[in-house]
Design a protein around this ligand. Structure first.
Ligand SMILES: *Cc1c(COP(=O)(O)O)cnc(C)c1O
Length: 466
């Protein structure tokens, strides 16, 4: 059938002329891009990439862009990393994929063991999927199913935190509180309870430790009110530990997570930690929860897990939860699957990523890198256009004051993105929040380039020439 179509002269002609167009034009014709109002590309050019190299993306015109946001928070050790590439090449020649029901393989076993070891064995059972949103779906389903297996089927409600983001599939969107992603689909979703955020920016006078702890206490009181009222119907609360990323890098004090763990234990509610964005060293520790000294009942990981190479996500859970499913009864089993669950290539990329963490003392070196980046943000603290300069590990952010945004406030993020590209950096503000979330391979010179381009883009956009 395809043969007939391809040899038709009219089609052949069309194919050739299409191939003559540049990649951007062909992409706009054939590819529906994610998280994009496609019509905006009438004004805003697409960037066609040719290749990646370390912290850099290189477009088809040879322009070099420093990847200041790790390609949507996934890349850890640079693009085309030689060590991850080598591991993948070897895996490709060994086993590219096989089903994981009834079968297993070395990469998925080793990855599960090593991730579990990173939790000191607290979360000893790993369930795999491909994307972050699927991991959140799995945690929600598993939580309810565990209660159901324990004879508590009425526990079917979920709680999320004001401003939280957990992905875009219907279940994950149901526990997401970012209006721009949620509003069009509200009528399709099972409504979740939304409790107050511990966002330290709400704290008064200059932020600081005491004020952040205060914001955390107020948020906890709100969660406790809800739990006291209806914990018998609530299966789980899902949180983004330490940094609520998609709502604009809202950071909170670890004491929030520690106390929330206590509340969950007291009221019999599962704690789901969505570390899809903040795991794998982003916040300074390997897992964000480590800073609170607690483990959740379900830990969702994705994004950095494969070093930014391949879609892979995992839900890690405790022995007690796993035991609720272990039975002679099929309906008690967790009968969820995705075709690519536990894909060997993705697992192998993840193992190579863990090797780099171990061999290169990444967390230690990131402490210096983070301090160097924070130092470059320091001049902005005195800038009257800026507020809430903040850092957590390898995440650095500041907000442009509403008064400084000018009349065209709604297009700030887009104009800043363009101004940064012109200065050789990929940055993509969220609303009026500008942030850095770079790969863990930045040199001093690259840190300087990032800071200079940020300052330059800010001046250009706020002075109205961009
Ligand atoms: C990105 C993200 C998700 C969704 O992951 P996808 O792979 O994009 O589906 C979920 N939760 C958090 C906290 C995220 O940052």
């Amino acid at each position: 059938m395809t043969g007939v179509i391809e040899t038709h002269p009219a089609n052949r002609h069309e194919k050739e002329s299409m191939a003559d167009d540049d990649l951007e034009t062909r992409s706009l014709r054939a590819v529906w891009h994610p998280c994009t109002q496609m019509k905006q590309h009438e004004q805003m050019p697409l960037v066609a990439l040719a290749r990646g190299e370390g912290a850099w993306l290189i477009d088809t015109r040879g322009r070099r862009l420093l990847d200041g946001i790790s390609s949507w928070w996934v890349n850890l050790f640079g693009h085309a990393n030689p060590r991850i590439n080598a591991a993948l090449r070897e895996q490709m020649d060994t086993l590219e994929h096989a089903m994981l029901a009834g079968f297993t393989h070395a990469p998925v076993v080793a990855l599960s063991e090593r991730l579990s070891a990173r939790t000191g064995g607290a979360l000893g059972h790993c369930f795999y999927a491909s994307d972050g949103a699927s991991a959140v779906e799995i945690a929600l389903k598993m939580s309810h199913h565990a209660w159901r297996n324990a004879g508590r089927a009425e526990k079917r409600e979920f709680v999320c935190v004001r401003g939280d983001y957990h992905g875009e599939t219907l279940g994950a969107l149901g526990v997401t509180d970012v209006p721009v992603f949620r509003d069009a689909y509200g009528s399709l979703l099972q409504a979740a309870h939304v409790v107050a955020s511990p966002d330290a920016r709400q704290a008064t006078a200059g932020g600081g430790g005491a004020a952040a702890a205060d914001a955390a206490r107020r948020a906890l009181a709100d969660a406790e009110r809800l739990f006291a009222d209806r914990a018998e119907r609530i299966a789980a609360i899902v949180v983004e530990p330490l940094v609520q990323c998609a709502t604009g890098m809202a950071m909170h004090d670890p004491c929030y997570l520690r106390a929330l763990r206590g509340l969950c234990d007291r009221y019999g509610v599962h704690l789901i930690a969505d570390e899809i964005a903040v795991g794998f060293g982003r916040t300074g520790t390997f897992f964000a929860c480590e800073q609170a000294g607690v483990w959740p009942d379900f830990l969702c990981l994705s994004k950095g897990i494969s070093g930014g190479y391949l879609p892979l996500s995992v839900v890690m859970t405790r022995e007690e939860i796993y035991r609720e499913f272990y039975s002679d009864t099929a309906s008690k089993a967790f009968l969820h699957s995705h075709s690519y669950t536990g894909n060997p290539l993705a697992c192998r990329a993840a193992l190579a990523t863990l090797d780099i963490f171990d061999e290169d003392a990444v967390l230690e070196r990131n402490r210096e890198r983070s301090a160097a980046l924070a130092a470059r943000l320091r001049p902005l603290r005195g800038d009257p256009r800026i507020e809430h300069v903040r850092s957590c590990g390898m995440i650095h952010a500041f907000d442009v004051r509403s008064e400084a945004l000018g009349p065209d406030a709604s297009s700030f993020a887009r104009r800043f993105f363009t101004a940064a590209l012109e200065r050789g950096v990929l940055l993509r503000p969220i609303g009026r929040t500008v942030y850095w979330m770079p790969p863990y391979v930045l040199t001093d010179a690259e840190c300087a380039h990032l800071a200079e381009a940020t300052a330059g883009a800010l001046d250009a956009v706020l002075d109205g020439d961009a």
